[in-house]
Design a protein around this ligand. Structure first.
Ligand SMILES: Cc1cc2nc3c(=O)[nH]c(=O)nc-3n(C[C@H](O)[C@H](O)[C@H](O)COP(=O)(O)OP(=O)(O)OC[C@H]3O[C@@H](n4cnc5c(N)ncnc54)[C@H](O)[C@@H]3O)c2cc1C
Ligand SMILES: *[C@@H]1O[C@H](CO)[C@@H](O)[C@H](O)[C@H]1NC(C)=O
Ligand SMILES: *[C@@H]1O[C@H](CO)[C@@H](O)[C@H](O)[C@H]1NC(C)=O
Ligand SMILES: *[C@@H]1O[C@H](CO)[C@@H](O)[C@H](O)[C@H]1NC(C)=O
Length: 505
């Protein structure tokens, strides 16, 4: 009797163990990875998504990147007499940790972007001129604006400090299903409220003077985002970090990060312009009919198509920029008519007519960057001496007074306008961009989840457009796609993450 009973006990136990192991497996084990993932756009957003998708889904998934132009997108260079200069996204903040990590992991080098002295021109005179002596700058600033610049610094620090939490969340694999939820997780209600206030309103309420806003803040917004302090307060803070010291760039050009990310992620780059996306039911070689996305793209005069389990759209969905049609989706997926503004980058090799800005003799004009106020009536947003992507430090000193200058302007500069700025010039080259959104708060960010397994990265630009923002969006979309594929809903949109992860320290 004992034997039968004990056998029964053992087999029950065995069954129990078996059940447990199944149960445990079912919750810990993952669904088979997708076969194929398509990413539209090989800028920093799309390529960083490829990098993180490979890390999450493993070596077997095929990843295609469809790109209609050059790898790098808005990270691009222009050549002036055999040297390359950044023409799009150029400076990176020391606390942009994804960009920093890419450079390290991909064996690239960072170079400091040239400091040089900055002046602010108001159409008549230089209202502010930086000095190479730190103490003199402080005295000038205090003299002119009281302690507002110090307070401004603290205002930016506070926003940046909170923003840094995103790195913690992402390194613990947490994902967010909307830009607002992501920003809420880093800074709470006050933080997303920044999206719906203009920088001007926010800083005015905080007691900053009109003079300070016009002379110090507006020129910084103009050089970074081509508009004044009427942009949202969050992108305003991001823009202010571009006035910090210790900014850097990637040696050889920032766009090199994108091509290295493609290599490192073993993705397949397809040259083609995506025309449409449609969900279709496809029977795979083995197994049941599966819903997949058909992506139709044009290469030269040829039309091709491919099927993907998951698709990431990593370009602004705006008819003028990407012109992708979403066929037969219910509810329909609209393009988000985000209004991207034109900014023209012009590189000029020549000698500046410094008397335009200052009555000082030209060998006494020590500024290497001139910013302008809104009421300056200048046809440019900024003007600065550039170092090439190969020069390790600041630009080489000039023997003949000529430098390579970069200007940003709303419109393409005429020959007359260039001649007005320069005593003489040898060479000029330009690139017009649909650069970043025209910011007009209040605004809701476009969704990240467009459909079941169809994700959109560039809605984050409605909050703020920068390389690091696109890298954050790329990582987030990769995590989101992964967790949704595996049904790990507890890794998405978690509340109280900051407190929770603090406890884990
Ligand atoms: C002049 C300028 C200065 C800037 N300065 C800075 C700076 O100093 N620091 C900073 O951090 N940021 C800066 N930025 C912003 C930064 O460059 C961008 O935020 C960032 O590069 C955007 O990357 P992305 O991958 O999201 O988009 P993009 O780089 O625009 O990539 C999208 C890609 O998709 C491709 N594509 C579009 N439609 C299709 C289609 N239908 N089929 C196939 N491919 C398609 C495009 O060709 C493009 O390569 C600047 C931008 C500009 C324009
Ligand atoms: C967008 O694509 C459609 C075809 O899909 C084309 O007819 C139209 O001219 C394109 N628009 C732009 C602005 O390129
Ligand atoms: C330089 O600019 C000043 C001020 O606008 C102008 O008077 C002068 O003629 C310019 N010099 C040349 C050589 O164009
Ligand atoms: C911001 O404004 C938009 C558009 O008016 C609105 O949809 C959104 O809910 C607002 N967000 C917040 C946090 O108030």
């Amino acid at each position: 009797m004992g034997r039968v009973a004990s056998e029964l006990v053992w087999s029950l136990l065995g069954l129990g163990l078996l059940l447990c192991s199944w149960g445990c497996l079912a919750s810990a084990e993952l669904r088979a990875p997708p076969e194929k993932i398509g990413i539209i756009g090989a800028g920093i957003g799309g390529t960083s998504a490829a990098y993180y998708l490979r890390q999450k889904f493993g070596k077997d998934v095929k990843i295609d990147l469809l790109e209609r132009g050059e790898v790098g997108g808005r990270l691009a260079t222009l050549a002036v007499q055999g040297q390359d200069y950044e023409a799009g996204g150029s400076v990176i903040h020391p606390l942009n940790l994804h960009m920093k990590r890419f450079v390290k992991d991909l064996g690239l080098s960072a170079v400091p972007t040239s400091g040089g002295l900055v002046g602010v021109y108001n159409g008549e005179t230089l209202v502010f001129e930086e000095s190479s002596w730190f103490i003199i700058n402080m005295i000038k600033l205090v003299w002119r604006y009281g302690f507002q610049s110090l307070r401004m610094h603290m205002w930016v620090e506070d926003i940046l400090d909170k923003f840094m939490r995103i790195y913690r969340y992402q390194s613990h694999d947490y994902a967010f299903s909307s830009v607002e939820k992501l920003l809420h997780a880093v800074g709470g209600d006050d933080y997303i409220a920044l999206l719906n206030q203009t920088l001007h309103e926010n800083l005015q309420k905080a007691g900053f003077s009109e003079k300070f806003l016009n002379e110090m803040i507006a020129p910084i917004m103009r050089v970074n985002f081509g508009q004044s302090t009427d942009l949202n307060a969050f992108v305003g803070a991001v823009s202010m970090t571009g006035a910090d010291s210790n900014l850097w760039a990637v040696e050889g050009g920032n766009k090199v990060v994108c091509s290295r990310l493609i290599q490192a992620s073993k993705s397949n780059l397809i040259s083609g312009s995506v025309i449409s996306i449609e969900e279709k039911t496809k029977t795979k070689q083995r197994g049941n009919p599966t819903k997949m996305y058909e992506v139709v793209y044009q290469t030269g005069s040829e039309i091709n198509s491919d099927f993907y389990d998951i698709v990431l759209v990593a370009t602004p969905l705006s008819p003028k920029i990407s012109n992708i049609t979403f066929l037969n989706f219910d509810p329909p997926i609209d393009e988000f008519h985000q209004d991207y503004q034109q900014i023209v980058t012009t590189l000029v090799k020549g000698e500046l007519n410094s008397t335009l800005f200052s009555s000082r003799a030209k060998d006494q004009f020590g500024l290497s960057t001139v910013l302008v106020t809104d009421n300056s009536h200048m046809f440019i947003n900024s003007l600065g001496i550039m170092a090439s992507v190969r020069e390790k430090e600041s630009p080489p000193p000039s023997i003949d007074g000529t430098h390579v200058w970069k200007t940003f302007s709303q419109e393409i500069l005429t020959k007359e306008q260039i001649s007005k700025l320069f005593l003489s010039y040898d060479y000029a080259v330009r690139k017009p961009w649909l650069a970043y959104p025209h910011y007009k708060p209040p605004k809701k960010c476009p969704p990240i989840i467009l459909h079941d397994r169809l994700y959109y990265l560039n809605g984050i630009e409605t909050a703020a457009s920068a390389m690091e923002m696109s890298a954050i969006a790329g990582y987030n979309a990769a995590l989101l796609a992964y967790h949704r594929w595996n049904g790990h809903m507890d890794m998405i949109d978690q509340d109280g993450l900051y407190e929770k992860l603090k406890m884990e320290l």
